[in-house]
Design a protein around this ligand. Structure first.
Ligand code: NAI
Length: 408
């Protein structure tokens, strides 16, 4: 098995497969030599609770990391693709549609380096019908090779990735419903069946699988925006949003998860995937549906903005030179990932007001420094939250760390 892309999805997923399936040789390749080098040390390129222990059980035995993409492709029978698919920043669909340049390059690498038939597994989150497009690119080969593309979107959440991979709510595998498509589907189902009960292995057609990933993230983000919208009203009418959340969450039709009001969702996926869904709807002329989903992102921006305004208002409308400690910078607890974190937006706003910002986070200081390098020494970084809080005029709690875990 080969995985192209050694990031937050590729690394942990393949470590779990290698750990659970010693009968497979698993190789993970990436174009970034520094990342591959880090995967070979105990200072992994990403932080996830339990990841290092998992990697150590199989690294060098049946789990390997390499920069030699072509060799990996040549030697593999099944290729998982976990390359990044960020929001496009230029041209048609800029700001909404997925940027598929890394994806397409991977398809062309596979086409060039392959010497035998292969199953290609789409792990990245992609617009609906990408698998079909990929099969079209791959079928252009003049070597007579056959490629079957299967969709297997990843549902793990950072911070709990290892638990999610070991005991997932479900694994979704979509394929064409032709003879060869169903055979490829079975091969992928059989890999996961090594540790996941069969009733959690869901199968579907290709497009349903691709759309389900966008839909799942949009539904999750929708819950956050819904409770955040109510938090603004609660503040006006002296209701407590936590009490409201508890009361509605007890209704089994609603459920109690994802009902915590916050500064707004961040992370590399929610916003990107909703915008991707929005763009898809617009492409098919479904403008009302697009506007409905897009409003979730607008509500999120509103909430983050409101958070900063609340800080300013509470401090007599001026925060210039005031020491404001941010507790948490990562987009969620137990990760070093700061992509699209609300903290970044909050920090920039506070810096515009010339506040003295102090950032404290147990795992994400390195990424925070990188994200905010334009401010140089104007921002203070403190791993120790007590030092960050000392003499602070305000403490802004950004990341939902459990009290105990923050202090370690
Ligand atoms: P990432 O940015 O951490 O990792 C992607 C890796 O792919 C990078 O290391 C990059 O160097 C590598 N890459 C790009 N082009 C390449 C090429 N042509 N050959 C070899 N390597 C190449 O991204 P992450 O977070 O792992 O996400 C990957 C995909 O999975 C995205 O589509 C994302 O939407 C999806 N996803 C992410 C989740 C998350 O929690 N981060 C959860 C579920 C899905």
């Amino acid at each position: 098995l080969l995985c192209i892309g050694a990031g937050y999805v590729g690394g942990p997923t393949m470590a779990m497969i290698a750990h659970k399936c010693p009968q497979y040789k698993v190789t993970v390749v990436d174009v970034m030599p520094a990342k591959i080098a880090a995967w070979q040390t105990d200072d992994l390129p990403i932080y996830e609770p339990g990841l290092l222990d998992l990697v150590k059980t199989c690294r060098g035995k049946n789990l390997f990391f390499s920069t030699d993409v072509d060799k990996g492709i040549k030697e593999s029978e099944i290729i998982f693709i976990s390359v990044n698919t960020p929001t496009k920043t230029f041209g048609e669909g800029a700001g909404k549609s997925a940027d598929l340049q890394y994806w397409e390059k991977t398809a062309r690498d596979i086409l060039r380096a392959s010497k035998s038939d292969k199953i290609i597994v789409e792990r990245s989150t992609l617009p609906v019908k990408t698998a079909i497009a990929m099969e079209r690119i791959l079928s252009l080969n003049e070597k007579g090779l056959k490629f079957e593309v299967v969709s297997n979107p990843e549902f793990l959440a950072e911070g709990t990735a290892i638990r999610d991979l070991e005991k997932p709510d479900r694994v979704l595998i979509g394929s064409k419903e032709t003879k060869s498509g169903l055979e490829a589907r079975k091969e992928i189902v059989d890999i996961y069946a090594n540790w996941i009960p069969r009733d959690r292995l869901i199968t579907s057609n290709l497009m349903s699988s691709e759309l389900s990933k966008l839909a799942a993230n949009s539904f999750l983000a929708q819950r956050i925006s819904s409770i955040n919208s109510l938090s603004a009203l609660c503040e006006k009418v002296d209701a407590d949003v936590n009490e409201v959340a508890r009361a509605i969450g007890k209704d089994s039709r609603i459920g109690d998860k994802f009902l915590k009001a916050s500064v707004g969702f961040g992370g590399s996926c929610f916003k990107k995937d909703i915008l991707n869904l929005t763009y898809l709807c617009e492409t098919f002329g479904l403008y009302e549906i697009a506007a409905y989903w897009e409003s979730i992102v607008k509500m999120n921006d509103y909430q983050t903005n409101r958070f900063v305004q609340t800080i300013t208002k509470a401090m007599f409308n001026t925060i210039t030179n005031k020491r404001i400690a941010l507790f948490g910078f990562a987009f969620k607890a137990n990760t070093s990932d700061t992509r699209e974190t609300s903290a970044l937006y909050v920090t920039r706003k506070l810096m515009m007001e010339k506040a003295h910002v102090v950032i404290s986070d147990p795992k994400a200081i390195k990424n925070a420094k990188n994200d905010l390098k334009e401010y140089g020494n104007d921002i203070e970084y403190q791993e120790d939250p007590y030092k960050a809080a000392k003499d602070a005029h305000a403490i802004a709690i950004i990341t939902e760390y459990e009290k105990t875990s923050f202090y370690f």
